[in-house]
Ligand binder design. Sequence first.
Ligand SMILES: Cc1ncc(COP(=O)(O)O)c(C=O)c1O
Length: 395
Amino acid sequence: MNDPLEPYYKTLDEMKQKGLYTPVRVLESPQGPWFTIDGKKVLNFCSNNYLGLAQDKRLVSAVIKAVKKYGVGPGAVRPISGNLKLHMEAEAALAKFKGAEAAFLLQGGFIGNIVAIQTILGKEDIVISDELNHASIIDAIRLAQIKNKFIYKHLDMTDLERVLNEAKKIQGNHLMLIVTDGVFSMDGDIAPMPDIVRLAKKYGAITMVDDAHGEGVLGQGRGIAHHFKLHGKIDIEVGTLSKAFGVLGGVIAGKKELIEYYRQKGRPYLFSTGLTVADTAAVIEGVKILSRSKSLVKKLWDNAKYLRESFQKLGFNTGSTQTPITPVMLGDENLAKTFSSKLFEHKVFATPIKYPMVPLGKARIRVMPSAGHSKKDLDFGLKIFEKVGKELGVI
Ligand SMILES: Cc1ncc(COP(=O)(O)O)c(C=O)c1O
């Protein structure tokens, strides 16, 4: 009898032929500015460890101390018997740091988006979404089974207003949500939140931002609301602790009553165990470090500026980025794959970003500087990019 799963295996072969198959490298050392892969020390040019906190000794010490006190796991979902004092401390610290009334700690940014959307929107409600929003927002909308979905052109406020006019016609007494990434993860551009908030007010909508790449990066690390001085004006702020904060986790910040509602009704909170002791203790320490000093965030932005300007001087196209996310645009999927392999031969690790992460034909290498990189590290990476770029006729 034929294996009913055979078509999937064939798809794998096709993906390999088209350069769409993603083999995953294995790290053999901490997630620092350099790390070891296949026994080889390579420059880490593509992690989301923006501030170097993933291997910061202060976080490691805080984690060891907490694990000695609390053990490793919470043992149950938080509403039953797994709600640690540490979880509450982390939530209070995050709310204070971000200038929000309250914060809700979850198991990841992906889950944060699901809780934020699915818990308050249903079939008859309306969602208005930027065309380049992250997959986790798209999946959250699907999970909520929202029928009335409107997409506006990327960052285009004229198009958003056109869509709001359309949506308004069917709104009745239903909830209307405008949702956007804060920093777009593949391009590094920033959503114009002041305009989005203004339009939302005009048309009776609420606003949500996924600040995964703004958390720890924008607004002196406090996120996009701080960056635009919009404290209390964005209804739902979702963030991740899995990038700049160096661990694993998600956070929703907003009004006390909204967070309380999520706590009572959010399914991934009610039916899935909360963060581990290690992740939670590390978040508390990370917030402490960023509250005390701006130096890590400053170093990240200085490195980002230097890297972007140097790529541009070399003749690479870095797209429309406004943040440390530095895409080196290549277009063709196989070119991106070959480019990345050649970088690796010369000890630079930067994975190709291709479909389905970006549209077909828009493949790129997304370079991510961190506060942990020295100027010498960046110059090394740039030298290799120049060499490979010339070899492959990109510059
Ligand atoms: C924009 C955006 N939102 C959400 C997520 C998911 O965050 P997490 O890894 O914490 O689940 C990511 C991570 O890739 C992201 O880039």
